[in-house]
Design a protein around this ligand. Structure first.
Ligand code: UDP
Length: 341
């Protein structure tokens, strides 16, 4: 069976590709336009075992259709997307075209060519800004109300997948709504943590990436955006999940779809850390003491976003291995030291 992985040169796609190469026998075709993903990442992964790489933009609809037919693809893992929230506010059409439109076409080509399984990267951004967080976290039935075009573009793609699967029961999907993904490849050389791949996206906005850039001296300082939230210490609380655990969920989803119906799952650890706690842990594990300023809240940031992960734990048999914020921070830092500015 042949799997197509779109966006596999990017952060999350590359960690999933790594696990597919290491733990399965599937033949793999990778599609990426290399706009934000890196060729180097693919070169490193090729050392694990061979896969096919086709440099292609998913907006080239005819080529996508031909590729699925010619390669006899039966499973698609779809990561290729634009993912920067503030950019989505300034340039919404880029998000509706790159995310929703290209995904719609990919789904159409998948149905036309007889693809049976489709695993889709979605986001907790579909939940928007919950006014009241349930005590045991946000579950999949929680009201979806995205507050930016990025979240809307993903929710629209989700709905298109659901409607398509209803009309074509032989086509099944798993949608994963990611919480705060962080860290890098857990790989040890001579007992030393030495990630082979990680997050290389320029102009990072994510907390753990920024803190790791400070810890290795690439950034002079950082800021906490808001310390007057209704949380344990006033700073925002999020559910940080290691990228390798997230990747494992995708590999398990492929087997899940052999025997189970289409479904949507949150992926997070179900527990929260505040911005202050994250920065303290990054400083402790890297033995650094960079400057941290205070700035006003960032527009649209909810106080707290924590997943309820009961559904994925029960139905997909997902058992996280790296539920340890120290290891998440340490792996992000070790990768950051390797990758150029
Ligand atoms: N954050 C911060 N300083 C930064 C980056 C992020 O205080 O330089 C905070 C942000 O306001 C939020 C949390 O860290 O409360 C996580 O933000 P991130 O951008 O990593 O993910 P998000 O939850 O927004 O998707």
């Amino acid at each position: 069976m042949k799997i197509l992985v779109t966006g596999a040169a990017g952060y999350i796609g590359s960690h999933v590709l790594k696990q597919l190469l290491e733990t399965t026998q599937y033949s793999i075709v990778v599609v990426d336009n290399l706009s934000t993903g890196s060729q180097k990442t693919l070169d490193r992964l090729r050392e694990i075992r061979e896969f096919e790489f086709v440099k292609l933009d998913l907006k080239e609809f005819d080529k996508v259709a031909t590729l699925l037919e010619e390669k006899h693809i039966s499973i698609i893992l779809h990561f290729a997307a634009s993912i920067v929230v503030p950019e989505s506010v300034l340039n919404p059409l880029k998000y509706y075209m790159n995310n929703t439109l290209n995904t719609t076409n990919l789904i159409k080509c998948a149905v036309d060519s007889g693809v049976k399984k489709f695993v889709f990267s979605s986001t907790a951004a579909v939940y928007g800004e919950p006014k009241e967080l349930p005590a045991d976290g946000v579950d999949e039935e929680f009201f979806t109300s995205p507050i930016n075009p990025y979240g809307v573009s993903k929710l629209m793609s989700e709905n298109i997948l659901r409607d398509t699967a209803k009309a074509h029961p032989e086509f099944r999907f798993v949608i994963f709504r990611y919480f705060n993904v962080a860290g890098a490849d857990i790989y040890y050389e001579d007992n030393v943590l030495n990630p082979r791949i990680g997050q290389s996206f320029p102009n990072a906005t994510h907390l753990i990436k920024i803190a790791s850039e400070c810890a290795c001296g690439k950034r002079e300082k950082m800021a906490i955006f808001g310390d007057d939230f209704d949380t344990c210490d006033g700073t925002g609380v999020r559910d940080y999940i290691h990228v390798d655990d997230l990747a494992d969920a995708h590999v398990k989803a492929i087997e899940y779809l052999d025997y189970n119906p289409s479904d949507t799952f949150n992926v997070g650890y179900g527990k929260g850390y505040s911005v202050k706690e994250v920065i303290e842990i990054m400083q402790a594990v890297t033995d650094t003491d960079f400057t941290v300023d205070k700035e006003p809240r960032r527009a649209g940031d909810p106080a707290k976003l924590i997943s309820n992960n009961t559904k994925i734990s029960n139905k997909i048999n997902w058992v996280p291995k790296y539920d340890d914020l120290k290891l998440i921070c340490k792996s992000a830092f070790e990768w950051e030291k390797e990758v150029e500015k």
